[in-house]
Design a binder for this molecule. Sequence first.
Ligand code: PXL
Length: 284
Amino acid sequence: MKRIVSMQDLSCVGKCSLSIALPVLAAMGIECACLPTQLLSAHTVFEGFYSRDLSDSFAPITRHWDETGLEFDGIYTGFLGSTAQVEAARGLVEKFRREGKLCFVDPVMADQGALYHGIDPALPEAMTALCKSARIITPNITEACLLTGTDYRSSHDTAYIHHLLEGLLKLGVETAIVTGIHTDSAHMGVAAMGQNTEPVFHFTHHIPGLFHGAGDLFAATCVGALLLGYSAADSIRLAADYVFSTIRTTAADPDARWYGVNFEQTLPELLARLGKVIRKEEEG
Ligand code: PXL
């Protein structure tokens, strides 16, 4: 069984970061070891949340893992609460990259043209350095703009996405994935491009509204698919279709929580989708 380290916050309520990575990766048959960065009473969109920084525990935790001889197939980082945490993540990502393991960085920091509430304005620079150490990154459009020094636009054409992907590849990653593409109001898309490969686009219908944690759900599903041996193109298709279906389920639920998506209800569907792709591969 594959085993990965996921380094991101533990929000006690909020359906994001580790509280999505753990169940999604477990459902996909992958062991997810945690390096919690911050303990929050609820994610940062809640008013008045309590937060405790856990940076002091990174070294003792990773030292113990090393002493125990634990080996991992990769690292997946998401929301990181400070530039110091991003720096610590960079050290680990570099170590995994030297070992030839999966280094997946979701540079969570902004959306809709602005940094998330409370994010240190110095974070994008630190996050850019972290992305340079990664093999695969999954920024949304706003994050891709921050990472490449591109002006933010709310509607996108192929040339704009191509420009962003090329800028991200110049950071030195093997594969750049951009999420949240809007070419028209009815569709939402993702795109992936590798060094020396043409971009691959995938679109789903767009359901208007704010769906917190949808980006984390996309990233965790992508990580799982990549570890199961899917190509980047198949991984983004699987993850985007699964996230779309989860958003549709959430939007149809009158009792849906305002702060997160109903992924608990759609996990069985993720397994069914996986089964289909795996069976297709087995049949050759
Ligand atoms: O979903 C991204 C995310 C993760 N973790 C925390 C957040 C957010 C987005 O706001 O606040 C703590």
